[in-house]
Design a protein around this ligand. Structure first.
Ligand code: SF4
Length: 67
């Protein structure tokens, strides 16, 4: 699983970070870092919850290259 980060949509709510600070790293102003996220299998649930918690839909889940 990967999470594609659409940085331009991020409004700095930090809801993703609240689900998993290790996966969803924020900058000093609370916006997500721009790089896409490769999710280890054991963190897929936290990644899914974090992506779904984003009110701006800035985090797109991809499985095997598909959304
Ligand atoms: S929840 Fe969405 S808007 Fe908030 S910091 Fe994370 S990616 Fe950005």
């Amino acid at each position: 699983m990967r999470i594609r980060v659409i940085r331009d949509k991020c409004q700095g709510h930090a809801r993703c970070w609240a689900q998993s600070p290790a996966l969803f790293e924020l900058d000093d102003e609370g916006y997500i870092l721009p790089a896409d996220i490769v999710v280890p299998v054991e963190q897929e649930r936290a990644a899914w919850l974090g992506a779904k918690s984003c009110p701006e839909r800035a985090l797109v889940i991809e499985q095997d290259g598909k959304e």
